[in-house]
Design a binder for this molecule. Sequence first.
Ligand SMILES: CC(C)(COP(=O)(O)OP(=O)(O)OC[C@H]1O[C@@H](n2cnc3c(N)ncnc32)[C@H](O)[C@@H]1OP(=O)(O)O)[C@@H](O)C(=O)NCCC(=O)NCCS
Length: 152
Amino acid sequence: MQIFPRALKLLDMCIILKWRNDYDTIYNSKTIGRISPHQHFFWFFTRLNSEKFIGIVFENGDRHKVALVTFSQINFNTYLTSININPKFRGKGLAQNMIASAIEFVEFKSTDLYAEIKETNVRSIRAFTNAGFVFFTRNENEKISTFVLRIK
Ligand SMILES: CC(C)(COP(=O)(O)OP(=O)(O)OC[C@H]1O[C@@H](n2cnc3c(N)ncnc32)[C@H](O)[C@@H]1OP(=O)(O)O)[C@@H](O)C(=O)NCCC(=O)NCCS
């Protein structure tokens, strides 16, 4: 299947809330559970207008929205990467290509990219590793353990 990257836009807001509130995404989220429309609108508008956030949406040839890959700046040359795939398109081996292709699309230069993933989220860890990320460190608190992966 061919998929094409483009910048996140306002019209993506509703579908991204749907993906975000999907059971698997909630289960694999590091923070809170279900997001209310109000929380999502606030999150979305803030990110869309922020220079510290890059959102890349992938569409297939039929213009169906397939995934969102995000890059959140944590300092001047460091970004945290995340991916959420439309539940209908999961399990098809697309994740690693979209991660790699989003990185290429943004054309990062001398940038450190990290991904922090719940230790139990094996599919995501595999996808990021296949896209070239390597183990950096492990974070643990009383609630969750995460792996931090890095690509340079
Ligand atoms: C995590 C996510 C991006 C993975 O995408 P996906 O389409 O489900 O996964 P893929 O089909 O691309 O498979 C990724 C890898 O995991 C492997 N995998 C799939 N299911 C697995 C399982 N149950 N156990 C171990 N590995 C598994 C696949 O074989 C593949 O590895 P390979 O290419 O080396 O064979 C997707 O499930 C998702 O959006 N989940 C909800 C949000 C989320 O968890 N995001 C990650 C936060 S950073």
